[in-house]
Design a protein around this ligand. Sequence first.
Ligand code: ADE
Length: 368
Amino acid sequence: MKNYYVMTLFPEMIINGLETSITGRAKKNGIINFEAVNIRDFTNDKHGHVDDYPYGGGAGMVMQPQPVYDCYKYIESKIGKKTRVIYLTPQGKVFNQQMAKEMAQEDNLVFLCGHYEGIDERVLEMIVTDYVSIGDYVLTGGELPSMVMIDSISRMVKGVLSNDVSAEEESFSTNLLEYPQYTRPEVFMEKKVPEVLLSGHHANIEKWRKKLSVERTVQRRPDLFLNDGKKDELIEYMLEYYEGDASRILNILKVCLLADYIAKRENIDERTRYILETAAIVRGVGSGKKLDRILLKFNFDEELISRVKLIVEGEHNQSGLDNQILFESDYLVKMQEEDMSDEEIINICSSKFKTGTGKWICEQILHT
Ligand code: ADE
């Protein structure tokens, strides 16, 4: 059983929100429990106040440390040990699926909801372990953010969703957005369900869904591509592949860094950058089956695999910015490794380099 405690001035808001739907059902089934603890119940102020004017002046009121501290102590004694306390604030680390997954491992979590102009800094220093934001916008309090977090953390807890696979397969677990879904009727206002879904051919359906997931991610959230963790895994794989070969290993790392730097400065789109970076990592493998095996092992999409292969196997004879940047990165490293003369560098730079960044780096590395 996972226990989620919310320290708040508006407990009914939390309970009303979480009692419904899937989190409510999980609570009934004894898989998770949540409790909203009213900070006001712990104030020593005889009028029940929990806030006061800020020292130093300024607009708004600040929540006082005493009720917050005592409220936390009550929860701590109930749990029987010190626990992670998450303070919801726009100043925190932005919440994401990875954090949800990680927090779902904890048996107890305490959420602290601020209001007014915030909470006295001293009590935050004493009890808070994590500062978390749910996005770059400002809300009136931490209640909605804590509910958002509890919702997404709970669904990563085994048994909360009726089908365990579904949480894993959804968007962000794979860093691909979900494919489109359809249900009856087969024709709605003259719009038909895609033919392949009616075919009963499971392999084709899988293929179609993967293709649409990729297309959607490219169009709607290209930023997700660059952060899927595959790049680091692929680099590690290649370094192990070349174990003992210092010059190759350092060459890969140098070319990757340059390609990444040039791509960033040239403002190329995320998808092209992703292709370029993948090609930069695997380019030493050359062509053929070995390259195929590595790319398939990492479950890259077909379109990416064929473009990476064209670049790597074409030995820079392809058109396209991805190919050009890889060529320039490769050459810049070569200039240094082979200790080329200024004359050679100037010659190659003026005849073969096209990006402003590549040319600029050339100028910087000239000896004179
Ligand atoms: N409190 C106010 N705004 C917030 C946000 N964006 N995330 C978390 N807590 C908040």
